[in-house]
Design a protein around this ligand. Structure first.
Ligand SMILES: Cc1cc2nc3c(=O)[nH]c(=O)nc-3n(C[C@H](O)[C@H](O)[C@H](O)COP(=O)(O)O)c2cc1C
Length: 221
């Protein structure tokens, strides 16, 4: 889909399905093919800035995230929205995690690496952390709860895109270090499953190289 068509679709998604302008009713119906192409057009963007989504927009996206497939409705996910100065507190937790990890591995972090780690949360105006709060259920193993969280994260990302925002899902090697888990009040079985860095992007959305389905797909009948 061309960038112009993409923008049209993003715009039409923000409008009601029909509108009356100068007495003329205009239908802005979105076709199945457009929806499929819109999903395929999602790209991760690392270079994120303001404007950030409002708390209402974030809440609307999370309202979409929690409709992900969820065996026995365990709701194994928690969402923590970090913005403004709170990003420095998250930076401190990441720095502690990095220092503890380095110490365990017999290494010492350089000043540059310490600064880089501390600044990581400043790469976007908003970070939505998704924690998998594992529950004990005899019919729902932990791996299902983790997969369910992944589905919720994808819903979240698409719902943010639908509102005009860009994201990148990061975890990195520090996300399940004890200091980071403690920061998010995550227990021993829980996972910090995603840092969804969120904001606006002013660069052109990169186009994706076609993906060959041949080795990935088999129909049986
Ligand atoms: C669970 C998970 C963790 C990820 N963690 C990172 C990360 O820490 N850093 C990173 O650059 N990309 C990470 N990625 C990959 C990006 O989110 C992204 O998918 C990738 O760069 C490909 O870009 P695309 O989404 O536009 O295809 C992660 C993806 C997943 C699913």
């Amino acid at each position: 889909m061309s960038t112009a068509k993409q923008a049209d679709l993003d715009k039409s998604k923000n409008q009601s399905s029909s509108s009356v302008e100068d007495g003329v009713t205009t239908n802005t119906q979105v076709t199945d093919e457009q929806i499929i192409n819109w999903i395929k057009s999602r790209r991760s963007i690392g270079n994120l800035t303001i404007p950030a989504p409002s708390e209402e927009q974030i809440t609307a996206a999370i309202d979409c995230a929690v409709t992900a497939p969820d065996h026995k409705k365990l709701q194994p996910w928690r969402f923590i929205v970090t913005q403004g100065n709170a990003r420095h507190e998250l930076g401190r937790a990441l720095l502690t995690a990095a220092q503890e990890k380095a110490a365990r591995e017999g290494e010492v972090l350089s000043d540059k690496d310490q600064q880089k780690t501390y600044n990581m949360p400043l790469r976007a105006p908003v970070i939505i952390t998704v924690v998998t709060r594992m529950q004990q259920h005899k019919k729902v193993p932990h791996f299902e709860q983790l997969l369910s969280t992944g589905a919720a994260v994808q819903n979240l990302i698409l719902a943010l895109k639908a509102q005009g925002f860009s994201t990148v899902w990061r975890t990195g090697l520090l996300c399940n270090e004890p200091a980071v888990k403690a920061y998010f009040d995550a227990g021993i079985d829980d996972y910090v499953s995603a840092f969804v860095y969120t904001g606006s992007s002013h660069c052109d959305m990169p186009t994706r190289k076609p993906i060959d389905l041949e080795p990935l797909l088999r129909f049986e009948s």
